[in-house]
Design a protein around this ligand. Structure first.
Ligand SMILES: CC(C)(COP(=O)(O)OP(=O)(O)OC[C@H]1O[C@@H](n2cnc3c(N)ncnc32)[C@H](O)[C@@H]1OP(=O)(O)O)[C@@H](O)C(=O)NCCC(=O)NCCS
Ligand SMILES: [Zn+2]
Length: 222
């Protein structure tokens, strides 16, 4: 989704002093009290953000997104149209969530059971989810991992790995910018190429580099 000059939504006046002055919130969006909205955030049509949620710098919430109470969305993450992020879903920075992807938070739901437990799901820095995928609660999508469109994810996806299908299976390694794929046995140090330097924001590139260096040092110590 990109903003054309014509479509540009105007910033509302500062509200409840927790909204950054540069945030753009469409008038049709419903943002409850005590929501923190960071610098350059864009919130599109018919979004619903529940109380005490935290939307960090540079986040985009597409049309019809729902953000549950106390959920926080890491900086520069993009959430596409129609996604609901429930309690227990932890989204780090630079993540991408494709249109109509589905999260779950109760592994065995029943309408009449009062005590229900939330099982957490984690999206680590830079993780991407393809359109229409279903993410079963309890899984972790590792740093810069990617899930293909229409997948059903039932197990963790390790950092810098690509998984897809029903159920999703890890098929390849993938670079930080997502443009290059590699066989599974490829060493981690090769996963940040010139494509990544060209395609990624510097901050995101540095984050990926830092993560890989840490991982490589840890493994070489073993
Ligand atoms: C998973 C993905 C990254 C793979 O891309 P790719 O490497 O170019 O894949 P290819 O087209 O070469 O396909 C390779 C094989 O995987 C299969 N495949 C690709 N994507 C698949 C998916 N999401 N689910 C199931 N199978 C898939 C192909 O059918 C092909 O099978 P084959 O070897 O039997 O012919 C891509 O297909 C995808 O799903 N991207 C996400 C797109 C998206 O949701 N974007 C959201 C914003 S609009
Ligand atoms: Zn790359």
């Amino acid at each position: 989704m990109s903003l054309s000059a014509k479509e540009k939504i105007k910033p509302l006046p500062l509200r409840r002093n927790q909204w950054h002055a540069t945030a753009q919130v469409h008038p049709s969006a419903y943002v409850e009290d005590s929501v923190s909205i960071g610098k350059d955030v864009r919130i599109w049509h018919f979004v619903h953000v529940r109380e005490k949620a935290k939307i960090e710098q540079g986040v985009t919430l597409g049309k019809g997104v729902f953000i549950d109470t106390k959920v926080s969305i890491g900086k520069f993450t993009k959430i596409q149209n129609g996604v609901s992020v429930y309690q227990g879903v932890h989204i780090s920075e630079y993540c991408f969530i494709g249109p109509h992807a589905i999260f779950t938070n109760d592994p065995t739901p029943r309408s009449y059971v009062k005590e229900w437990s939330i099982v957490p799901t984690y999206l680590k820095c830079g993780a991407s989810i393809g359109a229409g995928s279903i993410i079963r609660c309890g899984v972790t999508l590792g740093e810069f991992s990617m899930v293909g469109a229409g997948s059903v994810v039932t197990k963790d996806v390790p950092a810098f790995h690509l998984a897809f299908g029903l159920p999703a299976v890890v098929k390849k390694k993938i670079c930080a910018c997502g443009q290059s794929q590699f066989p599974l046995k490829t060493p981690m140090k090769l996963l940040l190429g010139s494509c990544c330097r060209k395609n990624l924001l510097k901050e995101m590139f540095d984050q990926a580099k830092q993560f890989l260096e840490l991982k490589i040092t840890k493994n070489s110590r073993k």
